[in-house]
Design a protein around this ligand. Structure first.
Ligand code: DGJ
Length: 644
């Protein structure tokens, strides 16, 4: 269960009421803070800046900041800096979360925290539009962190009698170092954030600013409001129960690019099914006129040249093979060469007197317009109603550049920054309500839209368009700081990798992807019989470790940021199942550790290797460690242990 405290405040000089809202959970270490600001007067009020929360850190001589930055194909790189007097700003002004910086941070005293020890204060924003986190060291040496909506070019006009609910900033303290902090984030997202947790009635999704969790009344006193989620469990004693395990998926993108058609997809589906894939996803290229990235976004009608009888025969084949069927869409976009744009050139974000800058040949629909959002909902609702679709990959391949809304000139067109994301959430929430069994993946040219707001409306995210397993090690380590393995979609793709041309062994590619939610994204028709057989065995192995990886606790045993070896351990619920995955890149010249020490084990217990049967005590595994193979180029290892 959870409890929400609402403090109602009134401005002494202006007709402005504020509710400061704090929510805590019985089974998670997260404290959520958000606010509602209401205009109770009879003239408009302009909000120029209103952040969601501000955290004062304990007084210390210095604080180290850890944050996640990068770009397309290199998301979530762990970066650290010691805060100095002045302000350090993490932000996106791109209208969406961004590849460049994640709305997450962690602070530790004097830079002393290690992976498993020390105080870590962390924060994360539930917002998928432009956002801002300010880390300030005052002239007096105090550090504070505040975060919320980005105020750049974004005044919010509150007309009389209206209000705005600011996004949630979730905050977390751990004295278990960065590892303890990450595990607490993972557990709270599995219990309370990921869409299936929310839909099972345990927790509402984060408000899309004016969202459903708004308290009914504000009073100038503090009052504790029990959420509906405590109703059946007043004492809050229920064990956390996590969302269902994610299926192993196949995605056609790197196999066929835009050249999808019924025979090609059918062949891939047959090969995927033989390997044990559970969900088959057709990526970009299935709709009319989509031969490359120059045309057709917005024309969401099945291309009858590629699928003469529509999608139904392929869907039937996929289901006949025992898999679910999924499809790619990019609903917020259009291309100038499309029927949608020809009919509604005014539907895109633009300024009347400026060029409409294209990126990947596409323009952004003004989702802040209710008619556009209504059209997006109706289009997707029809697609999901007419076809037996179980999974949607929701993509967004460019950011907002000219955020103009000419029809609203003089009426606060800058609210586009807020209303775009509000309406995105409304469309997603509406689709979830209308099609509760459809799962959604948040993708944005890879990992460009990963945040608590999206996680509360989806089942998983696409981690990066960079599927090179060696590059993925760093991307995944960064991802794991803030987000759980269950949500981290990771494909095994071809060798050489299409992006980096790097060749890596199939087992290495699998082992890295098996540290998250496993997918396959290679051109299976080009894989040899031996490769497909090996892949089938590795998929079967993944299904054995999946509950441990997706519901377990993550210990990052070794980082490739510090040496040649990277290693993660997952400890399953109850501590009975242990999975260790270790990998190294190019053969190290430096001495290679012969063992890796495990974490979180019961030292008095005995653990059996599920493959060799060898039995080892928890004390030995904790203090001496598990034996590693000799490191050659791209060495990897996966070990399963069970506690006897
Ligand atoms: C970007 C995504 O990240 C890819 O996986 C793929 O879906 C392409 N878009 C399709 O255009």
């Amino acid at each position: 269960g959870s409890t929400t405290l609402v403090l109602g405040l009134e401005d002494l000089a202006y007709p402005l009421a504020v509710e400061l809202c704090y929510r805590v959970f019985d089974d998670a270490d997260v404290l959520e803070r958000w606010a509602r600001i209401a205009n109770t007067g009879d003239t408009p009020v302009v909000l120029r800046q209103a952040l969601s929360a501000n955290l004062w850190m304990p007084r210390e001589p210095s604080w180290r900041l850890r944050y996640l930055q990068g770009g397309w194909g290199s998301e979530n790189q762990i970066t650290e800096t010691v805060l100095r007097p002045g302000r350090f700003i993490l932000e996106s002004r791109r209208g969406t979360t961004s590849h460049q910086t994640s709305p997450w941070f962690a602070l530790d005293r004097r830079g002393e925290a290690t992976e498993e020890h020390g105080d870590v204060f962390s924060g994360s924003l539930a917002w998928s539009g432009s956002w801002k986190i300010v880390l300030e060291t005052t002239p007096g040496g105090r550090v504070h962190a505040s975060g919320g909506l980005n105020d750049f070019d974004a005044p919010i006009v509150l007309r009389p009698g209206t209000d705005v609910v600011l996004p949630v900033m979730a905050c977390l303290y751990s004295n278990g170092g960065h590892g303890g902090s990450s595990r607490a984030w993972h557990a709270s997202q599995l219990s309370h954030v990921l869409s299936r947790s929310a839909r099972d009635g345990r927790s509402p999704s984060f408000p899309g600013t004016n969202g459903p969790r708004r308290p009914e009344s504000a009073r100038a006193v503090s009052l504790a409001v029990a959420d509906a989620s405590t109703a059946g469990d007043p004492a809050g004693t229920a064990q956390p129960s996590y969302p269902p395990l994610r299926p192993v998926l196949y995605n056609s993108w790197e196999a066929t690019w835009f050249s999808v058609d019924e025979p090609g997809q059918t062949r891939l589906a047959e090969l995927a099914a033989e390997m044990g894939v559970e969900l088959f996803v057709v990526d970009d290229g299935w709709f009319t006129g989509r031969r490359d990235d120059h045309a057709a976004l917005g024309d969401w009608v099945v291309d009858t040249e590629k699928f003469p009888d529509g999608l139904a025969p392929l869907v039937a084949t996929v289901k006949g093979l025992g898999m679910g069927f999924g499809i790619w869409v990019e609903p917020e976009m259009t291309t100038p060469d499309s029927d949608l744009y020809r009919a509604h050139p005014d539907w895109v974000l633009h300024f009347a007197n400026r060029n409409r800058t294209e990126r990947r040949n596409q323009l952004v629909l003004n989702l802040a317009r209710d008619d556009v959002a209504g059209w997006v909902f109706a289009t997707l609702d029809r697609l999901l109603t007419e076809h037996e679709i179980e999974f949607v990959k929701w993509d967004m391949n460019r950011h907002l550049s000219e955020p103009g809304w000419p029809a609203e000139t003089g009426h606060n067109p800058e609210r586009v920054w807020l209303d775009y994301t509000r309406n995105l959430y409304a469309v997603l929430d509406g689709l979830r309500a209308a099609h509760p069994d459809v799962d959604i993946e948040s993708c944005s040219g890879g990992g460009g839209r990963i945040d608590l707001g999206m996680l509360s409306r989806t089942e998983q995210v696409w981690t990066s368009d960079n599927t090179d397993a060696l590059d993925r090690i760093a991307i995944q380590e960064g991802f794991s700081q803030a987000w759980p393995a269950q949500a981290m979609m990771a494909w095994v793709t071809d060798s050489p990798n299409p992006l980096t041309r790097r060749r890596l062994p199939l087992s290495f590619r699998f082992h890295v992807a098996m540290a998250g939610s496993l997918g396959i994204g290679g051109d299976l028709a080009e894989w040899s019989h031996e490769e497909r057989t090996e892949a089938r065995d590795l998929v079967a192995l993944y299904k054995k470790i999946r509950p441990t990886v997706q519901h377990g606790r993550l210990y990052r045993l070794a980082s490739t940021r510090q040496g040649p070896l990277g290693a993660v351990e997952y400890l399953g619920p109850g501590g009975y199942d242990v999975v260790v995955i270790a990998f190294s890149g190019p053969r190290p010249l430096r001495p290679w550790p012969s063992r890796i020490r495990l974490a979180g084990l019961d030292e008095a217990a005995t653990y059996r290797d599920c493959d060799s049967g060898a039995e080892t005590s928890g004390a030995v595994l904790t203090h001496l460690g598990l034996e590693l193979p000799t490191a050659l180029d791209a060495t990897s290892m996966l070990v399963r242990l069970e506690r006897l």
